[in-house]
Design a protein around this ligand. Structure first.
Ligand SMILES: [Zn+2]
Length: 483
């Protein structure tokens, strides 16, 4: 009996045991595991496969699908094990997979299309899968998706879809427009006058009916259109619904794109995508949703690392996070998406900073100060704010350490009406003017009597000032260059 059964062994060690496809016993496989495609007919495979679906048998492990196969069932309500299967060209259309699907280790030898009407309601895995032909995902993954360690050898497009919900309401207008043209144009010679009147009467009735229908359609169309217009004004919701490919967590780690210039993520939600250890250089990103942290775009791996309490996990993952940010930052700069690239540069520097010890993280490192002084050279506003603070500090300390009278006496030169308020304003202006000159290394007026303390203060601020000005220039240059 065993000689007549398929010898294919599943991953769990069990045998397929379906009846052998051919009697020659060369391959000793059933129809589904038959590796020589020419020996079986597609129609036969389809027939038997439909039978499996009807019987709700989702064990398709190791199946070798024929060329130009199409999966088009409105709903598949059972889980599918399609591990290590082989597909040629395959279309998966208008099918809702209600339960989990396992495509791990699968090989798509030809082109693959998941159309926009296809949905995966539960989790799906493509772990270790290989996509050799052109691949297009326009479907919706409602559960988590695992693409870890997959290889895409040709183009891969992950594309969301945009549905237009505008109801124009004109469909009905032209439905009955040519109904009355069937009436006879010329009459036979033997026709009586009465019969002619009868025909003309029918023609008239048809025409009147036609006009009434046209008027009715016109009214319906106008009312519907007006209603929709008013509705849109009252509830100004976006009439264009964008459906992004992923609705849940996506594992996109260690994925290899052999032709990255042919890979595109368009209208895709990657806010819950794990993407470390995947090289995205050359890949196109258009209208992609990323995760956010205090208005900065971040990748989901950073969220996971931040939420983890396991120190070893953090320590091991942070270098990968920095690398992922570096890699994505360059990719997005190539995509001319400088705003996201700038956010990812901050992510890269933050990952580098948080790898340091406590003191290094917050005080004794270039990254820490680069962050404090200019948000890693990305924020001119922060850099200007710090410079202003430096000027104020310098003024305040100067005011504290100088002999009081010397400054006041010098300032009195400018103060004609020596009222209290004018005196105060003059003092403040004089101090700020002096500080600005010190910080921008200009020659300042010798109106303050020198002291050792003041000299030291000025020297320190003559070093700090130019550094901060350089950071402002750097941050501004980054913005101007990019935009
Ligand atoms: Zn078999």
């Amino acid at each position: 009996m065993t000689e007549l059964a398929c010898s294919y062994t599943h991953v769990d060690g069990t045998k397929c045991n379906r009846t052998l496809f051919t009697s020659d016993h060369v391959t000793k496989t059933c129809l589904f595991h038959q590796p020589i495609d020419s020996m079986r007919k597609s129609e036969q495979f389809e027939k038997e496969f439909n039978q499996l679906v009807q019987e709700k048998d989702g064990n398709w492990e190791g199946f070798i699908f024929p060329e130009d196969f199409k999966i088009n069932y409105s709903s598949i309500a059972f889980s599918i094990n399609c591990r290590n299967a082989v597909f040629q060209d395959i279309l998966i259309v208008k099918t809702v997979f209600q339960e989990s699907v396992d495509f791990s280790g699968i090989v798509f030898e030809g082109s693959l299309l998941f159309d926009s009407a296809t949905k995966f309601q539960k989790n799906i895995t493509f772990h270790n899968a290989r996509f050799i032909g052109k691949t297009m995902f326009r479907c919706l993954f409602k559960g988590s998706v695992n693409f870890n360690s997959t290889i895409f050898s040709d183009s891969a497009i992950f594309s969301g879809t945009q549905h237009c919900n505008l109801n124009i309401g004109c469909d009905t207008v032209f439905l009955n427009s040519s109904i009355s043209e069937n009436v006879v144009k010329s009459y036979p010679a033997d026709i009586t006058s009465w019969e002619i009147i009868k025909i003309l009467h029918e023609k008239l009735i048809l025409r009147i009916n036609h006009y009434f229908k046209s008027i009715k359609n016109f009214i319906i169309t106008t009312v519907t259109f007006t209603f929709e217009k008013v509705k849109t004004k009252i509830f100004p919701e976006n009439p264009y619904e964008i459906r992004r490919v992923f609705n849940h967590e996506v594992h996109f780690q260690s994925v290899e794109f052999e032709k990255p210039d042919r890979v595109k993520f368009q209208m895709v939600d990657l806010s819950r995508a794990h993407i470390t250890m995947t090289m995205f250089r050359g890949v196109s990103f258009v209208d992609v949703v990323w995760n956010k942290y205090h208005s900065r775009k971040i990748i989901y791996d950073e969220v996971v690392i931040n939420e983890s309490t396991d120190k070893n996990f953090k320590k091991n993952r942070l270098p990968h996070l920095a690398e992922a940010y570096r890699n994505l930052r360059v990719t997005l700069e190539d995509n001319k998406d400088y705003s996201t690239a700038s956010d990812f540069y901050i992510g890269e520097m933050e990952a580098a900073r948080t790898q340091k010890s406590f003191l290094g993280k917050y005080l004794f490192s270039i990254e820490a100060w680069y962050n404090y002084l200019s948000k890693y050279g990305t924020s001119p506003l922060r850099a200007i704010f710090i410079l202003s603070t430096l000027i104020l500090c310098h003024s305040f300390i100067t005011w504290l350490i100088i002999p009081h009278g010397s400054f006041v006496l010098q300032q009195m030169r400018y103060c004609i009406n020596s009222s209290e308020l004018m005196y105060l304003i003059n003092t403040i202006c004089g101090l700020l003017h002096n500080s600005l000159k010190v910080i921008t290394i200009q020659k300042f007026e010798p109106f303050i009597s020198y002291s050792a303390g003041l000299n030291l203060l000025n020297t320190i601020f003559r070093v700090l000032g130019p550094i901060q000005i350089a950071l402002i220039v750097l941050a501004l240059r980054g913005k101007v260059k990019r935009h």
